[in-house]
Design a protein around this ligand. Structure first.
Ligand code: EPZ
Length: 422
């Protein structure tokens, strides 16, 4: 297992390119299965989760070629003949559950393993399953697998309200419905850019979808969908992560290129409240750190509110603020496994249910800390980069799931990170 050895403190200065979005690419890859001809997706990041999903898709007989140099995937479902997604692959990555919608949509049947939990607790899929039943699919659970099937080539559809709103359920229901339901309405649908891009791709393939980006998405059956070429979105969470990192050391100034600022919701305004200087020009964003970080409490919300995927990173920034603040996660109540690790670095935090109270102004000093999940690990790297002395961040395989080339990118702008075998 790899670890990072990080010497701090080091300001970050220079320009960083933003990679393609993991969470936008995965639904596009699943959508490619619905096409009667190959689909090409560009700006696909070289991340563990992408390689895992490539293998999940290959199990069905679909061919997947990843041109790593060009960050381009070509997916050809011409030989798809095995409508299954096995436990030993699905358990590695929750988004493999999108295979249920994709295989139901294409083949009219599917056998897909229930996803496991994850580092911060159970993550249910009840909304996915109830929504598919609502549109007319038969859903059965057997030995940890979901057995799904449509009784006919076309089903009436109907409507389903997501409560709470769910990105994954929205994606999975769209994938199942586009080739199967006369008329299906998803209410309280997720509005994330990832969902908007999926609907754009499916419409280009020939699907009939309206309301993408709103909380009501309507789907009418398309008899066939053809493969397309499409570019993935840049990663809005990587963008937000680096914007926060650029605010943590008073001498830092970072310019991020290849971004999609419109996908950041109200995050740039929230970051400006800390005193950071944020300027946006076309697809690049420059963040200059404030001399002093003002405390800014946040609560996570569904898009376009403050993203839960930036919650740990924001709490880490707030440990360096001039006053006290609080971070509340209303999406995942237990996504705080980074808190005890930040305490080991000297931060003063207290967890109360789904809120972490943060005492600002405590300098951090280097030590060994343990990664537990993707966004917690990047927060520990950000903390170690401003801590006095040497830190070790263990189990960085979590990072490799969601941040392409992280240590090389950060070292190019002044960090001192060495990957070593733990
Ligand atoms: C997606 O997960 C993202 N993953 C997550 O990013 C992200 O944190 C999350 O959306 C919220 O924005 C991908 O896109 C691959 P949800 P997803 O269904 O779809 C509850 C990362 O770090 N819920 O929107 O699984 C659920 O418990 C990852 O890149 C149900 O109750 O999230 C949660 O409270 C981590 N029943 C809320 O909905 C269901 O059937 C939102 O979850 C489904 C979800």
């Amino acid at each position: 297992m790899d670890k990072f050895i990080i010497d701090g403190p080091s300001p970050l200065r220079g320009t960083l390119p933003i990679s393609g979005s993991k969470n936008a690419a995965l639904p596009l890859m699943a959508a490619a299965i619905l096409g009667d001809s190959p689909t090409t997706i560009s700006l696909v990041p070289k991340l563990k989760d992408i390689y895992t999903f490539n293998n999940v898709i290959r199990v069905t007989g679909t061919t997947v070629q990843f041109d790593e140099e060009a960050n381009t995937l070509t997916i050809d479902p011409g030989n798809l003949g095995f409508a299954e997604a096995p436990y030993d692959l699905v358990r590695k990555m929750r988004a493999s559950f999108y295979m249920l919608g994709a295989l139901l949509g294409r083949a009219g049947e599917a056998k897909v393993s229930l996803p496991g939990g994850c580092a911060w607790g159970p993550r249910p899929v009840d909304l996915h399953l109830k929504g598919m039943e609502a549109m007319g699919a038969d859903i059965r659970l057997e030995k940890g697998y979901v057995l799904g099937s449509f009784p006919n080539e076309t089903v009436p559809g109907g409507e389903y309200t997501l409560s709470p709103s769910s990105v994954g359920a929205t994606v999975n229901l769209i994938l199942a419905a586009v080739r199967r339901t006369e008329h299906f309405v998803i209410r309280n649908a997720a509005k994330e850019p990832d969902v908007v891009l999926l609907c754009k791709a499916l419409s280009a393939m020939g699907a009939h979808i309206s309301g993408a980006g709103s909380d009501t998405i309507t789907i009418q059956k398309a008899n066939r969908l053809s493969g397309i070429s499409i570019s993935n979105d840049p990663d809005r969470i990587e963008t937000g992560t680096f914007m926060i990192a650029a605010a943590m050391h008073p001498e830092s100034s970072l310019t991020l290129t290849g971004t999609q600022p419109a996908h950041l919701g109200n995050f740039p305004e929230t970051l400006k409240k800390t005193g950071a200087d944020v300027s946006i020009a076309d697809d690049s964003i420059t963040v200059k750190a404030p001399s002093e970080i003002k405390p800014v409490p946040v609560e996570t919300e569904i898009y376009p509110g403050f993203p839960t995927d930036l919650q740990a990173q924001w709490a880490t920034l707030m440990t360096q603020a001039t006053g006290d603040s609080a971070v509340t996660d209303t999406i995942y109540f237990d996504r705080f496994s980074y808190v005890p690790e930040l305490k080991r670095l000297g931060a003063r935090l207290a967890l109360e249910k789904n809120t972490v109270q943060i005492q600002g102004g405590n300098g951090l000093s280097g030590t060994s800390v343990m990664s537990t999940d993707l966004r917690a690990s990047v927060s520990l790297v950000m903390a170690a980069m401003i801590a006095e002395g040497r830190s070790e961040v263990l189990r960085v395989y979590h990072l490799d799931r969601g941040y392409e080339d992280l240590e090389h990118k950060l070292n190019r702008v002044g960090a001192a990170i060495t990957r070593a075998d733990d």
